[in-house]
Design a protein around this ligand. Structure first.
Ligand code: XBP
Length: 259
C-alpha cells in the first residue's frame, strides 16, 4: 500500500542546479576574488560530488592553479553562496518543474505522508518551499538535509532517516529523483523511484527505476515516459499511475549497490 511520497529537492522539484546553484557558486567565487568560473560542462561533472562544500573542496584539490583553502575558508565561501542562492530563489529565478506541486497537493488531499531527502543546505529547502507558499514547509513531515546525515547521496542515509521518521516501510513509499546518485541512494534504501531527469542529468544511467519520465506532467502538459512500463506514452504522474506502476513492478534485483 502506498503511504508516502519522498522527494529529492535539487533538480527534482525545481531546476535549481541550472537556474540557481551554478550561478551562485560562480558569484561567490567572484566576490571572494577567486579566478574560478564553473561553466556548464565543468558543473555537470562536479555534480557527481554531492554537497556544495564537498564540491568546492573536490574542485580545489584537483585544480593545480587554484589557491589551497582551509576547510573554514571553504565553509565561509559556501555560506555566502547559500545567501546568494536563497536570494535568487526569493526573487523567483528558480523554476519549479511541471507536476510537482500538483502531485504534492494530490498526495496531501489523499492523506499520504510527505518527506524530503536532499543533500542541500536547510536554508535552501525553506527558501524554495516558502517561495511557493509559506505553509508548504509544514506539509513535509520529515525533511532530511545533507547536514543531518553522515554520508550524503549516493549513500542511502537520507532516505533511511526519512523512512524512519515517517514510520513507513521502503515498500510503502515512492521516491522522486533526478540523478543517478539520487536513484542509487533511494534504491539502496529499498524505495521504488520515479526519475525526472533534470538539465544536467539527462545522460545518467537510470537502470532499475520504477519509471523515467521527462517531468511529472500537468493535464495540459503531459509527461512522456522515457523508460520503464508504458515507455513512449504521454501521461500525467498521479497517485493512480504510481499505484499501477508499483503493481506491475517486476521483482527488481538489479538494484545498484552503494559501498
Ligand atoms: C544536491 C546537491 C547540492 C546542491 C548544492 O544533491 O548536491 O549540493 O548542488 O547545495 P541532491 P549546497 O539533489 O542529490 O540532494 O551548496 O547547499 O550543498
Amino acid at each position: 500500500m502506498l503511504k508516502a511520497l519522498i522527494f529529492d529537492l535539487d533538480g527534482t522539484m525545481a531546476e535549481t542546479e541550472r537556474d540557481g546553484h551554478r550561478l551562485a557558486f560562480n558569484r561567490a567565487f567572484a566576490e571572494a576574488g577567486l579566478d574560478i568560473e564553473w561553466d556548464e560542462e565543468t558543473y555537470s561533472r562536479l555534480l557527481w560530488v554531492s554537497g556544495g562544500k564537498e564540491r568546492i573542496g573536490y574542485f580545489l584539490r584537483n585544480c593545480p592553479t587554484c589557491p589551497k583553502l582551509l576547510d573554514s575558508q571553504i565553509a565561509s565561501l559556501h555560506r555566502r553562496k547559500t545567501e546568494i542562492y536563497t536570494q535568487m530563489v526569493a526573487r523567483g529565478e528558480v523554476v519549479w518543474r511541471p507536476g510537482v506541486l500538483r502531485l504534492i497537493h494530490e498526495a496531501r488531499r489523499a492523506g499520504l505522508l510527505l518527506g524530503i531527502a536532499t543533500t542541500t543546505t536547510p536554508d535552501n529547502i525553506v527558501a524554495l518551499l516558502e517561495n511557493v507558499d509559506p505553509s508548504l514547509p509544514s506539509w513535509f513531515i520529515v525533511v532530511v538535509s545533507g547536514e543531518m546525515v553522515k554520508r550524503k547521496k549516493p549513500a542511502p542515509d537520507a532516505y533511511l532517516r526519512v523512512l524512519q521518521g515517517l514510520g513507513v516501510e521502503p515498500g510503502e513509499a515512492v521516491a522522486f529523483e533526478d540523478t543517478q546518485n539520487g536513484l542509487m541512494a533511494a534504491q539502496a534504501a529499498g524505495i521504488a523511484t520515479v526519475i525526472t531527469p533534470s538539465y544536467y542529468s539527462k545522460e545518467h544511467d537510470f537502470s532499475g527505476a520504477l519509471a523515467v519520465v521527462d517531468h511529472l506532467g500537468e493535464p495540459d502538459n503531459p509527461a512522456v515516459v522515457l523508460q520503464g512500463h508504458q515507455a513512449g506514452e504521454s501521461l500525467v504522474v498521479n497517485l493512480d499511475r504510481l499505484r499501477s506502476w508499483l503493481s506491475v513492478r517486476i521483482n527488481n534485483t538489479d538494484r545498484p549497490s552503494y559501498r
